[in-house]
Design a binder for this molecule. Structure first.
Ligand code: NAD
Length: 364
């Protein structure tokens, strides 16, 4: 189902996961954390979200080396209200501290029927749908609002200056045999999609970016400024911005992500000042247990009937059936697990350059 550029390589899942794991071990993380990071990043590629996959390896390693993200941290409970808790990720890897916050939320929702966890100061947590899937596996509905403290990339509706981060929202619904995961950035494209496009991957949709003079753009240089063919990209070098999706509606949702994941957690907003000199994700998660609401059987019955009705909608294009949230990811997972993860040559070269610098040999 992927339409891939000619220079795309297909890397077997196990070999890719092993390489990424070895890179993080060589960078100083312990085996368990390295494995979590590798599994999460490769999992994002398998779901089709290459923007949040292994393309991030060089940047994650740089952040670790610069001390922006700290290995071996555990999320610490700051406030514990039983059905709600505030946790501090202490700048640990998002792939470590976010699953810990989600695990706490799951445990508390299983106790109380509903729970809210607020996590601040988490390193990049990656693909947020992963955490909705963690809750689905426990039979829970979950809703996640995310911000990126200290990162301004997205212009608000009607503006040309960066004000928001890409602020994703995710909702997971555990219908039996039909897990539903809605998971998207409130920017018209995730920053990682600009990263992927800058490395020869999928091109950006029309109007994804905006220049300081208000012209719309699809050129990654709008965000990154000048960059070398191979090597890291720095969004602070560009003058333009990503646009919020859905005009005033997406822009409003992005604003509320800052309020919920940035202000309520006290982890900080995108701006105006990056007081700490590094970026971190804030994550506000709400967990709901259908069992506790006493409606589990009806929820599942009605949910499945409704999902089937939506799927049966006559498609505008007979070759493109109507899909439910999470179905494109599930389809890609099947394809990519069988045929390997597609990576543009440049992304692969960047990962190998980082691996070689750390003395790690590619298993391929
Ligand atoms: P996207 O635009 O690809 O949208 C994905 C969502 O839309 C999924 O729920 C998918 O199931 C659904 N979808 C896609 N095509 C569909 C179709 N044809 N029919 C029905 N549903 C469809 O996602 P995005 O905005 O590019 O975000 C990509 C990833 O980036 C997400 O996983 C997000 O969590 C992640 N992200 C993370 C951060 C962070 O700071 N950690 C920031 C931004 C984005």
């Amino acid at each position: 189902m992927d339409q891939l550029p000619a220079d795309t390589l297909r890397i077997p899942v196990e070999a890719l996961t092993a390489l990424v794991r070895d890179v993080f071990v060589a960078a100083g993380c312990d085996a368990a954390e390295s494995n979590r990071i590798a599994t999460h990043l490769v999992g994002a590629n398998l779901a089709g979200h290459d923007s949040h996959g292994v393309v991030r390896v060089p940047r994650y390693v740089e952040w670790l080396e610069a001390g922006f993200v700290v290995k071996g941290q555990d999320a610490e409970i700051v406030t514990d209200g039983g059905a709600f808790a505030l946790l501090d990720g202490k700048w640990g890897f998002g792939q470590t501290v976010a699953p810990q916050a989600v695990a706490l939320g799951i445990a508390r929702a299983q106790q109380h029927g509903v729970a809210v966890t607020a996590l601040r100061n988490a390193g990049h947590i990656g693909r947020v749908g992963d955490y909705a899937e963690q809750a689905i596996a426990a039979g829970l509905i979950s809703i996640h609002f995310v911000n990126v403290a200290g990162s301004v990339l997205v212009a608000p509706f009607g503006g040309v200056e960066r004000r928001f981060s890409t602020n994703p929202v995710a909702i997971g619904v555990p219908l039996p045999g039909r897990p539903l995961v809605l998971d998207f950035a409130t920017s018209l494209v995730a920053e990682g999609k600009v990263l992927v496009a800058s490395s020869g991957g999928k091109k950006l949709p029309e109007g994804a970016l905006i220049e300081p003079d208000g012209r719309l753009s699809t050129d990654p240089h709008t965000l990154y400024g000048p960059y070398d063919a191979v090597g890291p990209r720095n969004p602070s070098n560009g003058l333009g911005a990503i646009r919020a999706f859905g005009e005033h509606k997406g822009s409003g949702l992005a604003f509320m992500c800052e309020m919920l994941a940035g202000c309520l957690t006290a982890g900080g907003t995108s701006g105006p000042i990056n007081e700490r000199g590094r970026i971190a994700n804030g994550l506000l998660s709400i967990f709901l247990s259908p069992k506790h609401f006493g409606t589990q059987a009806e929820f599942e019955r009605m949910g499945l009937v409704y999902a089937d009705w939506i799927s049966a909608c006559r498609p505008a294009d007979p070759d493109a059936p109507v899909l439910l949230p999470g179905e494109p990811e599930a389809q890609r997972r099947v394809d990519r697990t069988a045929h390997g993860v597609p990576l543009p040559q440049e992304t692969w070269s960047n990962i190998l350059a980082t691996a070689t610098r750390l003395g790690v040999k590619s298993p391929l």
